[in-house]
Design a protein around this ligand. Sequence first.
Ligand SMILES: [Zn+2]
Length: 537
Amino acid sequence: MPSELDSTRVVETVEPHNFPPLPPGASFQDIDSESGSEDGSDEEDWDAILAASEAAFSQDEADAMISFLKERGLFAFVKHYVEVHQMPIPKVLLAFGVLIPPEASLQDQLRVLKVTCSRVLRARDKLEAYNTVDDAVALIAKSKKILVLTGAGVSTSCGIPDFRSPTGLYARLKEEHWELDDPQQMFDLPYFKEKPNVFYSFAKEIYPSNFVPSPCHRFVKMLENNEKLLRNYTQNIDGLFEQIGVKRMLNCHGSFATASCLRCRTKFPGSAIEADVFASRVPLCPLCTAIDEEKAKNAPPPKKSPEKWSANSKAFEDDDEDEMGFVSEWEGKPLVKPDIVFFGEMLSDEFDHRLLEDREEVDLLIVIGTSLRVSPVSQIVSHLPHSIPQILINRDPVGHANFDIVLLGDGDTIVKHLCSKLGDSFNLPAPPVPAKLEGLVAESEEPKVEEEVIPERVSESHVWLFPGANREARWVQLVRQAYEEGEENEEDDTSDLQRATEGGLRVPLTEGGSRSRSRSPEGVVEGASEEKRVRLE
Ligand SMILES: [Zn+2]
């Protein structure tokens, strides 16, 4: 089955426009041109596209095609126009203002079509009907098929390190001088095969154990109890949603529930490697080890005897001076890896199938505790029907998506606030305390009188600040500025509002997806990329 998404391979998407180069002659209006509209050839290209586009479709026809794509998704769009209606791809592309030379290969045509559709899908128009915290409460109250997308932010209050914050796992890996060019290498498969001991020296910190679910986990459980949860797509590998009993969920990035031998692919229960994880040892496959030992008996004496189930990682020393002839001590060993998805690995087919099914049923999207930086999960937001309302609950704004209601701040505080407005059926139950922790956390879980939180609205916008919000984020300032300028100058507020809701990023089409020409102000574009760099460092 073709994928709804660009690719189900896991990558961190730093820039939203990381697409492969296009064949010569292809043009996306002038959105990626750094030269600006003063360039004469640019104007000629544009005139040619506009003329061809107008000859092929009326504005209404082009708008209808764009609406079809945004509502029904990429898969249905290609099926409808290319397969059923037999429309040539170069003609389909004209509806989006993209001109491709007719001699381009079918492969190139399909590639340009996919890239173009992805760009259109990323330019979601905010639904004007939903703006306030009360709107969010009303949406949750009336919705029956809520798709929840969760990330590390829902678990940070449980003491599980997140990955990208200043005190997160990556920052600590850097600080503690592990020999990683990039902290992400810890979740890089080739690196794991070479130095599995690095992963296993940190694995216990993210292993699902010794943690109590947060109010965010309990909120998702409440949605399920109230028969409102379509599915929880979580990027987390900490097992806390399972611990609290959420059934309708998908572990997009796998879990520690099972582990597999990288050589013979045998799956073991996660408990088989638990002792090794806590002892920072690299587990080896007992089946392959037995075969290796058998072979060794019948072969001339080996240089080194095979390891037992576990090898001592402390014995490992990297010898930089011997880099040229360096062979990893783990080379050829039957390494066992938990079935969490590493960078560069594909997500399971289940992810694709579920998403195709769920997009037909979903009536509300709630994103909690993720900055949507890791693809393909981050693409879920743009691939659901655009008429489905979207709510963000996160400490930081997510500039590259266009949510209808943005609730910034500490996730636990925000969901508690929402639950208090949702009535008795949303009374967050006390979390089950793991046997190991009994007595340790009992006191902190004593019910205490919570002060009522009063969220602060950013001007008259759809953005609300709760305690813990990143108030200084440039995106928040842009929204405030846009709305305040809008009040001063009612006549000319469209571009400012649009700029703010776009998060300062360029989008391929103007609001509504029409073919008229637009470009975000350069100053805002530069500012946004600056902020990106700062956050990455
Ligand atoms: Zn094996």
